[in-house]
Design a protein around this ligand. Structure first.
Ligand code: FES
Length: 297
């Protein structure tokens, strides 16, 4: 059996033509009657499921091979490949970068009124921002500027559904004390034993896969710098990709994501490359030599 390999569309025009073809087909489907629409939807869902399965296999195989991994890193940066992987939720779209791009479009208007905005983080669809200068206060113009920020973010970034304004003084990221308490039934509270503390290599990062009593799974990393332990969810704040091969720099106390180089403070998870981004830190306790990490709520 002979096979031919099609050239992938690389030019912007070719890509736009393909995107238009998809848009036209979707518009045509929406005008069909209900039964025909359901059939068309099923064809679309089935094809997407096949494509996703194939893409997941390709990405997993490439990640497992050192030489192929380098090619995969390059490919993830290609806008078309990135969009395809994002559509199939294989890489998470990057809401922080997206939101910051949207804010760039309103910043001139804010600054022309003596104001400004800083995106601090995005959590559960809510963008937390700090507002400066004329954006603060209760005058009509400050309300207008705040509304401008809110509508730009909600309308411009699909994953943002709300905006909250943080108080202006910067606050460190702290894990609430309550979250660190181990009650009489730790497993029921989401605490999971991660093994003996002596099993976590000194001055190194350990990748662990943990499961709670309720069956919830969590991929985590534990960073051990000079016997100080920090646990994080194994997801880079940039695109949610795993940090398995992150580089721990002991001299600078940093952890660098292998995918696109986001650099984090190893002890706090604060991102040093993109202000406001942060690794999700998990409560960690050492009790009688055993390490406990709270991965569930
Ligand atoms: S996923 Fe892009 S820097 Fe980590």
């Amino acid at each position: 059996m002979s096979t031919t390999m099609e050239q992938s569309p690389t030019t912007e025009t070719e890509f736009e033509n393909l995107a238009k073809r998809v848009d036209d087909a979707i518009a045509a489907v929406s005008s069909l009657d209900e039964t025909a629409r359901a059939v068309a939807q099923e064809v679309k869902d089935a094809l997407e499921a096949v494509h996703r399965a194939g893409l997941v296999t390709i990405v997993q195989r490439m990640r497992a091979d050192a030489a192929a991994r380098a090619v995969l890193f390059d490919l993830v940066d290609d806008p078309i490949v990135h969009m395809l992987l994002s559509l199939h939720e294989i890489v998470r779209p990057d809401p922080m970068t997206h939101a910051n791009r949207v804010l760039v479009t309103v910043r001139p208007q804010l600054q022309s009124h003596g104001g400004d905005v800083t995106l601090v983080r995005i959590e559960d669809g809510v963008a937390f921002v700090r507002l400066d200068g004329a954006c603060n206060g209760c005058s009509m113009s400050s309300v207008t500027l705040r509304n401008l920020v809110e509508s730009a973010l909600v309308e411009g970034v699909p994953s943002i559904t709300g905006v909250e304004v943080l108080p202006n003084e910067p606050s460190p990221t702290l894990i609430p004390l309550e979250a660190l308490r181990i009650g009489p039934d730790p497993a029921a509270e989401g605490w999971v034993k991660a093994g003996p503390a002596t099993g976590l290599a000194s001055n190194a990062m350990t990748v662990l896969s943990l499961a709670t009593q309720s069956g919830e799974h969590a991929e985590i990393i534990v960073v051990n710098v000079a016997e100080r332990l920090s646990a994080y969810r194994n997801e880079c704040a940039h695109e949610g990709l795993p940090l398995d091969n992150a580089v721990l720099d002991l001299d600078n106390g940093t952890l660098t994501c292998p995918w696109h180089g986001f650099c984090y403070d190893a002890a706090s998870g604060e991102c040093l490359s993109a202000p406001g981004a942060q690794l999700e830190q998990l409560p960690l306790r050492v009790d009688s030599g055993e390490v406990w990490v709270r991965v569930g709520s």
